[in-house]
Design a protein around this ligand. Structure first.
Ligand code: SF4
Length: 326
């Protein structure tokens, strides 16, 4: 049986980040404005471990401390090593199995990787966002795709798990470019991936672009359609999809962001992936005006039915087919 994975998120804002990515409002995403101290990190880790250990048996889960929220390897070196040293204590005590972080591709080099490894870092997630240099330029990322390639190869050469995060619907982006980004992620040999449709948050440059009509966000339907097209590339390559869509928080919800936000975005996508598969079968076999009965594993039933039964309704309306599950 596959072990349950727990990421204990410790958000470390990158104060004084010299970059100005158009979509970034780090404080809104992480909900955090203050700096992270060792004491605060310890409290967060202890409280998560307490509930993980209370409800799960040792050996049946994998717990990792995850330094997220900014470009962890670009923060002040002393703060980085203090936090890593704290995380390493938990690894050495056996209470956690590893440490991971998220960072920018141009904040990775041999020296950083050697430091990270010496403190028990097991996985690094790079914000690739897009494999298209024009999209990266329009989003003011300040790095090119070649930086991601270089960083990904270095991470793998240090035998650290590679995670890549991509965004859809960025300025200058198209569906074809996003599909190509997914293909590049596969060929870079990523172990894990996160997919985030671009959302417009107040206080960002993207917000200004949106207000003056320079940027039009994807609709929810466009984002679901595209991400459902991308997901099978990762499934076929055996890449673990850790997250689809931003998590709902007090700061990220339907009232605070503009664009393809939905609190069950991933569910909509997985439902669409299955709908696409069933539809290919229906079209290939020229099916309509009938009942389509098939066996389905228990854990797939809600995805087949779709969010608010939307897949059942879709097949009924488009093909007059009643889906029946055994
Ligand atoms: S997304 Fe990361 S690199 Fe870009 S501005 Fe925000 S913190 Fe800086």
């Amino acid at each position: 049986m596959k072990k349950r994975n727990f990421h204990i998120p410790v958000f470390v804002p990158h104060k004084g980040c010299p970059h100005d990515c158009v979509f970034c409002n780090q404080r809104k995403i992480t909900g955090q404005t203050d700096d992270m101290t060792v004491q605060k990190a310890r409290e967060i880790i202890d409280s998560h471990l307490e509930s993980i250990e209370k409800y799960n048996k040792k050996g049946e889960y994998k717990a990792e401390i995850a330094f997220f929220g900014g470009s962890f390897t670009a923060i002040e070196r002393e703060q980085m090593t203090q936090l890593l040293s704290l995380a390493h204590e938990y690894v050495k005590s056996g209470r956690v199995d590893g440490v991971r972080c998220s960072t920018r591709p141009d904040c990775i080099d041999d020296e950083i990787l050697l430091i990270c490894k010496s403190y028990g870092m097991t996985a690094i997630e790079l914000g690739l966002q897009s494999a298209d240099d024009y999209v990266l330029q329009c989003s003011a990322r300040g790095h090119a795709f070649k930086d991601t390639k270089r960083a990904a190869e270095l991470i793998k050469s240090h035998k650290i798990e590679l995670g890549l995060q991509m965004m859809t619907g960025l300025p200058g982006d198209t569906d074809e470019k996003s599909v190509n980004t997914a293909k590049q992620i596969v060929s870079l040999g990523a172990n894990t991936v996160r997919i985030y449709p671009t959302l417009v948050m107040e206080g960002t440059h993207l917000w200004k672009m949106y207000k003056c009509g320079e940027y039009v966000p994807q609709t929810l339907e466009q984002a679901v359609f595209l991400v459902a097209k991308i997901v099978p590339f990762f499934n076929d390559a055996g890449i673990d999809i850790l997250r689809i869509g931003l998590q709902t928080t007090d700061n990220v919800n339907e009232k605070t962001v503009i664009g393809p936000y939905h609190n069950a975005f991933a569910e909509l996508v997985y439902g669409r992936v299955i709908r696409n598969k069933i539809e290919s079968y229906v079209v290939e076999n020229n099916m309509q005006n009938c009942t389509f009965q098939f066996e389905a594993p228990k854990e797939k039933i809600s995805q087949i039915i779709g969010h608010k039964k939307e897949n059942l309704i879709y097949f009924k309306e488009k093909y007059n087919i009643d889906i029946k599950l055994i």
